[in-house]
Design a protein around this ligand. Structure first.
Ligand code: NDP
Ligand code: MG
Length: 390
């Protein structure tokens, strides 16, 4: 039996992972499940899968969790440290699907135990790519991408020589506002931004898809994970979300990965790697689809893409600043303090402020230093928002 833990079990990726695991209950021994606010789901899944421990990120919900698991014999814990502690429990495979920078520390902990880390939490690579990769290497742990584009690239590269790779193209649906007139974006509501044309995902990544902050993060993720130059990474708008990525080789060949927009493919690939197993996803009928559409990305509509290039050019811990500022700006939009296009302006202003501070950006990349940069960037981004409001 494979021992597995799922961090962010109650979220969209977590639930899709559980959907796959629950189909073969005898194959897995579930050690830890974690969530945050959704105690009912966490407890229900912990009971159903017979987990050893369930952890909520919120201290004040510990009693609720205890009550929901009463009589089950399942351990309960709460708080950020408890989540990190749960990641030290020995397992073979870990799903990293917490949303935001909060996913970094448990991911690092899991790598230190030598577990295979199925990485949905792209923020880990954006904030601390080299730390993640070095930790994996030092402890003989593997990181398998779960983001659909990166899983696609990973699959297109199997058996290939990285030296023959000229470019990596990741596709973007364009999100909710792909076809909106630019001047209307300032009036975009939370509800409109929270509805994705193709993918059913958590609210934060759905809004990030509309702003392309998600794609900007994925460009950085591509650079970190596959170790290629920023100039070799392209973004292509592909409204149907069926081609997830393409790899261009030095002989002119483009290897594309095509599949339905269903995260259970990438999750299942990471779960069963190095094998391929039957997965419960739709089989595409290409004749019925008829044609695929592509467009060049418009940086006036999606300034986040330009900011990602600036972050990669700056290097060091600029990614941690970028992510933290983006998380604060996203909170600002969700809370109604920022209009949709102002998110990018807040991130740009925050980067401008902190990127010139060499002590911050060029500090050694340790977990503590990343946390400190994250904190500084959040403070700076909040100040930028306050100034704009004032
Ligand atoms: P969701 O918002 O659906 O789920 C997030 C999960 O993290 C939930 O389990 C939530 O708990 C938990 N959580 C929230 N805040 C904290 C915190 N501070 N500490 C610990 N746990 C917390 O997100 P998604 O599943 O959509 O995304 C998860 C990650 O995967 C993100 O990094 C995203 O970018 C990435 N990803 C997602 C894709 C998708 O299709 N959804 C595709 C590719 C990547 P609770 O719900 O109980 O509050
Ligand atoms: Mg993706």
């Amino acid at each position: 039996m494979r021992r597995i833990s799922i961090f962010g079990a109650t979220g969209s990726i977590g639930q899709n992972t559980i959907d796959l695991i629950a189909r073969a209950p005898d194959a897995y021994n579930v050690v830890a499940l974690t969530g945050a606010g959704n105690i009912a789901q966490l407890a229900q899944d912990a009971r159903r899968l017979g987990a050893d421990i369930a952890v909520t990120a919120h201290d004040h919900l510990l009693d609720d969790l205890r009550e929901a698991l009463h009589g089950s014999g399942i351990d309960c814990a709460a708080g950020t440290d408890a989540i990190r502690e749960a990641a030290t429990r020995p397992v073979d495979w870990v799903m990293s699907a917490i949303v935001g920078a909060a996913g970094l520390a448990p991911g690092i902990e899991a790598l230190k135990q030598g577990a295979t880390l199925a990485l949905a939490n792209k923020e880990s690579l954006v904030c601390a790519g080299s730390l993640m990769l070095h930790t994996a290497q030092a402890h003989g742990a593997a990181i398998l991408p779960v983001d659909s584009e990166h899983s696609a690239v990973f699959q297109a590269l199997i058996g290939e020589d990285m030296a023959a790779v000229e470019r990596i193209i990741i596709t973007a649906s364009g999100g909710a506002f792909r076809d909106w007139p630019l001047e209307k974006l300032a009036d975009a509501t939370l509800e409109q931004a929270s509805s994705h044309p193709n993918w059913d995902m958590g609210q934060r990544i759905t809004i990030d898809s509309a702003s392309m902050f998600n794609k900007a993060m994925e460009v950085i993720e591509t650079r970190e994970y596959f170790g290629i130059y920023p100039s070799q990474i392209e973004v292509l708008v592909h409204p149907q979300s069926m081609i997830h990525a393409l790899v261009g080789f030095n002989d002119g060949a483009l290897m594309a990965h095509i599949g339905p927009p269903d995260m259970r493919h990438a999750i299942g690939f990471a779960l069963h790697h190095p094998q391929r197993r039957t997965l419960p996803v739709e089989r595409l009928d290409l004749a019925k689809i008829g044609s695929f559409e592509f467009r060049a990305p418009d940086e006036a509509r999606w300034p986040a893409l330009r900011l990602a290039r600036e972050v990669m050019a700056r290097g060091g811990m600029a990614g941690a600043v970028f992510n933290a500022a983006k998380e604060v700006a996203l909170d600002g939009f969700i809370d109604g303090h920022l209009r949709f296009p102002q998110m990018a302006q807040v991130v740009e202003d925050t980067l401008e402020q902190l990127n010139s501070d060499n002590n911050v950006i060029d500090a050694t990349m340790t977990l503590d230093n990343v946390a400190q940069v994250d904190h500084l960037a959040r403070q700076a981004a909040k100040a930028v928002i306050k100034k704009r409001a004032g």
